[in-house]
Design a protein around this ligand. Structure first.
Ligand code: NDP
Length: 329
């Protein structure tokens, strides 16, 4: 495993982080969840990503159980606030009330006194940035949150948030956007805004939810047990990755397999290594429904891809890549 600093902060994180969206508390049973977490730890992953809203809060509970008893200082635990955690009108968003209540609930489910990175899971246009950042500032002063991040904010929102964070001395250090060979919307604006502010990218769905593993074959039924085929995964898959389940994309992806094998990699490893070639990317968050996937995917850490390989990937995916920054969020 490679460990590197998150943006310009002093916090070192594992270049490959493990995330439990859709899987823990929903798609996989707890034994499998624990086995995946242990495969991650065995491979040197120290950075774990979750959110209060994942699997209606069950994901944090499962992760807390899986990590119980481990040396807290050896882990970076990251969670998020914004999406609904209940049906009450204050059970969502970035108000002071919800941030405070959500943070305390997350700490309890994760069985920890503090989180290393606490993300605003989306931008909340119904609450002033001042209110949100003052709440974050108080959590930081209380020692319950060490660093702050944002997820799927536009460049303009990030710039405004960073100015306020500076004023309030809130360590805003992380951006968590979707990023993969197929989804490159951060490249034109978000990455530059973050670079100016010293904010690192911790990217999600580097495999485009499994599309870039190559297992979704053109004109074939969905593989059994895959995210796209399970009741826990299908709605999210359909909304965020369904656009890629068409034969022109799947055919292009199958061509990437030979590029991967010529580079001595599997296709998932190539896809994860690809996001890590961007110097603004501090870590890639991988998801897994089986420990074997973790064991395979972590081998992307530290891989350098030749410019020629990068060029071949772009040629293969030409016309299929989403780059529009307006798609942020
Ligand atoms: P990936 O793109 O890495 O997709 C992971 C899924 O792909 C696995 O669960 C598995 O699904 C399949 N897969 C993984 N490895 C392999 C392999 N080697 N061979 C075949 N299939 C494989 O990431 P996720 O979409 O899971 O996102 C990762 C994390 O990012 C999340 O857990 C979460 O922490 C974070 N995230 C953050 C968001 C945000 O808004 N901030 C939004 C979404 C995610 P299966 O076997 O079931 O098909």
């Amino acid at each position: 495993m490679i460990y590197q600093k998150l943006g310009t902060s002093g916090l070192a994180i594992s270049q490959i982080a493990y995330g439990n969206w859709i899987t823990h508390g929903a798609q996989v049973d707890n034994e499998t969840a624990y086995a995946c977490v242990h495969a991650a730890l065995d491979a040197g992953i120290t950075t774990f990503d979750t959110a209060d809203a994942y699997s209606e809060t069950r994901a944090e509970t499962v992760l807390g159980q899986a990590l119980r008893g481990l040396r807290r200082e050896s882990l970076e635990l990251c969670t998020k606030v914004y999406h609904p955690t209940g049906t009450g009108h204050n059970d969502r968003g970035l108000s002071r009330k919800h941030i405070m209540e959500a943070c305390h609930a997350s700490l309890s489910r994760l069985q920890t006194d503090y989180v290393d990175v606490y993300y605003a899971h989306r931008f909340d246009s119904t609450v002033s940035l001042e209110e949100t950042f003052l709440a974050f500032s108080d959590l930081v002063r209380q020692g319950k949150v060490l660093y702050v991040g944002i997820s799927e904010w536009t460049a303009d929102q990030i710039t405004k948030g960073a100015a306020l964070a500076r004023e309030l001395k809130v360590p805003l250090v992380a951006s968590q956007p979707q990023y993969s060979m197929l989804w490159r919307v951060i490249e034109t604006e978000v990455v530059h805004a973050c670079e100016r502010e010293g904010i690192g990218q911790v990217v999600w769905s580097p495999l485009a939810q499994g599309i870039l593993s190559g297992k979704y074959a053109p004109d074939k039924p969905l593989p059994q047990g895959s995210r796209a085929s399970t009741s826990a995964g299908a709605p999210f898959f359909e909304r965020l990755a369904g656009q890629w389940l068409r034969s022109e994309v799947l055919q292009a992806v199958s061509k990437l397999s030979s590029i991967a094998s010529e580079a001595g990699l599997t296709l998932p490893q190539l896809a994860i290594a690809w996001v890590l070639q961007n110097p603004q990317v501090s870590a890639a968050i991988i998801g897994a429904s089986k420990p074997e996937q973790v064991q395979e995917n972590v081998k992307a850490a530290g891989v350098r891809l030749d410019p020629e390989v990068m060029r071949q990937i772009d040629t293969t995916l030409d016309g299929l890549i989403e780059r529009d920054p307006a798609k942020t969020g």
